[in-house]
Design a protein around this ligand. Structure first.
Ligand code: ATP
Ligand code: MG
Length: 225
């Protein structure tokens, strides 16, 4: 067992009193080194599940374990330490800082890890080379193609040397050929570097990259394999 949620529910409470059951009794076990895809229609609870798996959101009930560590009862500091140590995030909109170069964008999380400037720069360059951008380090986001911007975002997600990458529609804004480049890169990080990938996607094409498939419908898991 590696990352596991057991019987989790998530309710969102609106100020007008309505309650939305985003997840109902979801149990999933993810073994280390897998490439997991989460599919389901809009509003089925995919992002909610991803955020809970990454310790960004707490479930309303149920438990979540990373190895033997219970995260459902962890305090805020322990939860943020877990995220910083183990998790990298890649989102649909690349959320790069527009006035920083590719290299500087990747240096941001490294500076939070209190590395000195020279080390930050060395690691950022290494990571940008890993994602195939050694010749674009000094480019600003607007000078990069959409696929290249997503590569910078992936390099940034790798900065803390995470064991798990969570990706929410990482190819949602890309045309099919750029999308398959990004998916191939994620697959390489999975097979060569042993990073566990958990990816939300609408695309059946993208879902083929996974070896564990979770399908959600109305907040329930309807299929895992
Ligand atoms: N912060 C929030 N407050 C209230 N309701 C929310 C909140 N976030 C999500 N919801 C609701 O919870 C349900 C699940 O949302 P979630 O974002 O997990 O869906 P999703 O499967 O990721 O959808 P999409 O494919 O459109 O991104 C939806 O009905 C949504 O409206
Ligand atoms: Mg979503």
């Amino acid at each position: 067992m590696y990352l596991q949620v057991k019987n989790i529910t998530k309710q969102y409470h609106h100020h007008n009193g309505t309650v939305i059951n985003a997840l109902s009794d979801v149990s999933v076990t993810i073994e280390k080194g897998r490439f997991v895809t989460i599919t389901g229609s809009s509003g089925s609870g995919k992002s909610t599940l991803l955020f809970i798996l990454g310790g960004l959101l707490r479930p309303s009930s149920g438990s979540i374990f990373f190895n033997e560590q219970p995260l459902h009862s962890a305090g805020d500091n322990a939860l943020s330490a877990f995220r910083q140590k183990h998790i990298g995030y890649v989102m649909q909109s690349f959320s790069l800082i527009p006035y920083l170069t590719a290299e500087e964008n990747v240096m941001v999380p490294l500076s939070l890890l209190q590395k000195d400037k020279k080390t930050q720069m060395e690691i950022a360059r290494e990571l940008l080379t890993t994602v195939g951008l050694s010749d674009r380090m000094q480019h600003y986001p607007k000078e990069l193609s959409a696929g290249q911007q997503q590569r910078v975002a992936i390099a940034r997600a790798l900065a803390n040397n995470p064991s798990v990458i969570l990706a929410d529609e990482p190819t949602g804004n890309l045309d099919p050929s750029l999308a398959s480049e990004i998916l191939t890169l994620l697959k390489e990080l999975n097979t060569k570097n042993g990073i566990t990938i958990i990816m939300v996607t609408h695309s059946p094409e993208a879902a083929k990259y996974g070896n564990v498939k979770i399908h959600l419908k109305d907040g329930c898991v309807t299929k895992t394999n």
